[in-house]
Each structure stands twice: as C-alpha cells, then as structure tokens.
Design a protein around this ligand. Structure first.
Ligand SMILES: NC(=O)C1=CN([C@@H]2O[C@H](COP(=O)(O)OP(=O)(O)OC[C@H]3O[C@@H](n4cnc5c(N)ncnc54)[C@H](O)[C@@H]3O)[C@@H](O)[C@H]2O)C=CC1
Ligand SMILES: O=C(O)CCC(=O)C(=O)O
Length: 387
C-alpha cells in the first residue's frame, strides 16, 4: 500500500486511476507520493519517506528540484497535457487586448433598465472600438508545447508569426507550420512584433527576460502576453512602459500587487490550465507516471532524474538506486550483489546531469543487510526495493 497526499485539488478522473494500492493521507509528512499543481514546496520540509512528486502541470518552479534529487526524490511533470487550455486563453487574451470587449460588456451592464439602451449603444460603441489581429505580427518566445500551438493557431487567424526558441526540439520543429519565421535573435522579435507572447519556463536564466532594455526595443503600442510566470517580466518597468504608452496592453495570468487594478493590464487568476480537459489530462498523466515509478521503478517525464524503462519486473526482485552520476557506481553495486551470491537478471543505468538511476532485476531475494551495504556506497542517495 502506498500513501499519497494531494497538495492541490487533483481531478477525480486522475484520482480514479490510482487503484486499490494507494491510500490518501491528509498528513503530508506520511506521504510516499505527492500529487500537486501549483503548491509551493520551496519552504516546506519534505517527508522522510517521499519517493516521488508528480506535478499535474508543466511548470516546476514551485518545486525544489535539486533538493529533491539530492534526497533521491523523483519529480515528474506532464508535458503538453494542458497546452491546449493555455493556447485558447492566449488567443482570447489577444482578442481582449485588441478590442475593448470587456469595456463594452461592462457599459451594457451599467444600462440595466434603460429603455433607450439600443439607441445609446449605437452612439457609445465607438468608445470600445479596436483593431483586428489579422495581418499583425506575433512574436512567440518559446516554441514548446504551448508556444507551438499558439503559433499554428495564430497563422490560421491570419497573423504573421515570428518564433524564437534556441533549444527547439525536433518534434516541435516538425509540428510548426512552415509559414512561421524562425528567428535566431530575440531582439528581432522585440523590434518587429505588434504582439509578443512568452512561453518559456521560469528558471534563473529566464527570470526578468522582458526587462527595461527589451521594452525599450519594442514597437510603440506593443501588446505583451504572459501566460508563463510573472517573474519572467520586470513588471515595474512594464507598468512604466504602459503609463508612457510604449506598451498598449499587458495580458497576464498571474495576479500580484503590481498588476492588480493597474489600467492597461488584463489579469486572469492563473486560469490557463483551468479547464476540465486540461485538469483531467494532467492528472491522468501524473498518476500514470507516478504509478509506473512506484510499481515498476520506471521513470518517464522526470525533470530531475533520467528516463529509465525496464517494463514490468518478471524476475524474482527489482532494486531501484538513485545516485550521483559519478564513475564506478555500477561496479560497486554489482560487487555488493555478487559477494552476496545474487545473480543479476537485467540491469539499466541512466544518467542526466549530476544524477543517475540504476534498476537491477535479481534472481534471488534481497536482505536488509545487502540494502544497507548499497546505501552506504558513497554517492548513493536512495535504495528502494520495487519488488
Ligand atoms: N498559465 C498556466 O496555467 C500555465 C502556464 N504554463 C507555463 O508555461 C511554460 C511553458 O509551458 P510548455 O510550453 O508546456 O513547456 P515546454 O517545456 O513544452 O516549452 C518550453 C519551451 O521554452 C523553450 N525555452 C527555454 N528557455 C528559453 C529561452 N531562454 N528562450 C526561448 N525559448 C526558451 C524550450 O526550449 C521549450 O521549447 C511552463 O513552464 C509554465 O511556466 C504552463 C501551463 C499552464
Ligand atoms: O495547475 C495549474 O492550474 C497551473 C498550471 C501551470 O501553471 C503549469 O502547468 O505550469
């Protein structure tokens, strides 16, 4: 039986995929598995027996990835599972920024009971007029799961799309419409585009990427959309740029005191992935990844450990070892097992940056003494008996 704890509401469709071997606990400190969405784990102490964290979503800036790796805790996310939900809200954001749809709706609401509202509406409507997005230049920073969907959809809406992503994956490149301009210099996006939308993860290197220098380079009356993370943008500089009419509108999915109530800023309360479909997709994928790890030791879509897949264990037993990515680890593992007379049926070892993971299928039962010997090897972070 595995104990899991949800730090955010997780869709019932996902939870229903857990099966009888999983028991919910309200006490985070008892959990072997955490299922989360945007809960901030940076300032909490991680449970002693925590084996993995499954983030039902894309961004993992709310999780201390390095600390987790150091404790042998594997962190998963769900690439692409909520991308369509975000894409649709980005398109809505572009339209809301282009025409004063919100102002118009509010005006009509304020006319409740006015018998002359029809005639008044025809007089007032010029106040809420705007422009079309057809024919405008859209710059997309980050062409991952969300960026590529936005790019392709925008081309169908008649926009001239410029995309920038120095780490563009081959799959993403295949998915992109041929009409999208592949931009190598980010400044070109800043200089050329009427609308700029950011779809990169928040990391130390992307924090504040839209700063006062970037704003200065942009066209007058540019519209900026941020459905990624607020800290990607220097929002204090952005408010100044709005007040000086350099920026026409800022559309953001992240409420904070700098943007709330500021004229010219349209703020949604982190709604990008808040659709039935996205929530179900993310939860189902998160539960599937987590179960494959807990039950088989396999790793797919981890952001701090390498992928590793040995399917289901058909041997007598399986050991999973999370360890540092340093020389001679495998030699030491096989020596410990060999000295104990345990034959290895199958073995996989994978490394990613500073961390590595080894799965070993064995042909006889393992004792706690052998586990202790494996745990005491310098560089071993966690040993888990999967079967
Ligand atoms: N508002 C919401 O509810 C949601 C927000 N997000 C945010 O959107 C971000 C992106 O999500 P996905 O597209 O699913 O992630 P993804 O990982 O599929 O795509 C990110 C892309 O950014 C690119 N990239 C990284 N650094 C870059 C840089 N310096 N310049 C240009 N490109 C760079 C990567 O190569 C990758 O292609 C997430 O990290 C998260 O912060 C994601 C889902 C929902
Ligand atoms: O779970 C959510 O609502 C947040 C989604 C998100 O921001 C992400 O997937 O990065």
């Amino acid at each position: 039986m595995f104990k899991y704890n949800c730090q955010n509401p997780i869709s019932k469709v996902g939870i229903s995929k857990l099966g009888p071997d999983y028991e919910a606990t309200d006490q985070m400190e008892d959990a072997e598995v955490l299922l989360i969405r945007s809960a901030n784990l940076h300032d909490v102490s991680l449970p002693e027996n925590l084996a993995c964290i499954a983030r039902a979503g894309a961004g993992v800036n709310n999780i201390p990835l390095e600390l987790c790796a150091e404790h042998g805790i594997v962190v998963f996310n769900t690439p692409g599972a909520n991308a369509n939900g975000v894409k649709e809200l980005v398109l809505a954001g572009m339209l809301l920024a282009s025409r004063d749809i919100m102002g118009g709706i509010e005006w009509v609401k304020s006319q409740k009971g006015n018998p002359d509202v029809n005639a008044q509406a025809e007089k007032q409507k010029k106040k809420f007029a705007g422009c079309e997005i057809n024919g405008k230049k859209l710059g997309i920073i980050g062409l991952g799961a969300i960026g590529q969907l936005v790019a392709n959809a925008a081309t169908h809406l008649g926009m001239d799309v410029y995309g920038y992503d120095p780490y563009l994956s081959v799959d993403a490149a295949w998915n992109l419409s041929r009409s999208i301009h592949h931009i190598q210099d980010l400044d070109e996006i800043y200089r050329e585009c009427d609308y700029i939308t950011v779809h990169v993860p928040l990391t130390d290197s992307t924090r504040n990427m839209i700063d006062s220098r970037a704003l200065e380079l942009m066209k007058d009356e540019v519209v900026i959309l941020n459905f990624s993370r607020d800290l990607l943008v220097d929002e204090k500089a952005l408010v100044q740029a709005l007040r000086s009419h350099k920026v026409k509108k800022y559309v953001t999915d992240f409420a904070n005191p700098t943007v709330a109530g500021e004229p010219g800023i349209l703020v949604t309360p982190h709604l990008g992935a808040s659709t039935e479909e996205s929530e179900d997709n993310c939860a189902v994928m998160a539960v599937k990844e987590m179960r494959d790890y807990m039950e088989n030791g396999n790793i797919k879509n981890s952001v701090n450990y390498p992928s590793c897949d040995m399917g289901r264990c058909l041997a007598q037993g399986r050991i999973a070892i999370n360890h540092r990515n340093i020389a001679n680890m495998l030699g030491q593992f096989t020596s410990v097992l060999g000295e104990a007379g345990i034959n290895i049926a199958d073995l996989t070892n994978k490394g990613k940056d500073g961390y590595a993971y080894t799965l070993i299928d064995i042909e006889s039962p393992i004792t706690s003494d052998i586990i202790k010997k494996l745990e005491s090897i310098e560089g071993v972070l966690r040993v888990r008996i999967v079967k």
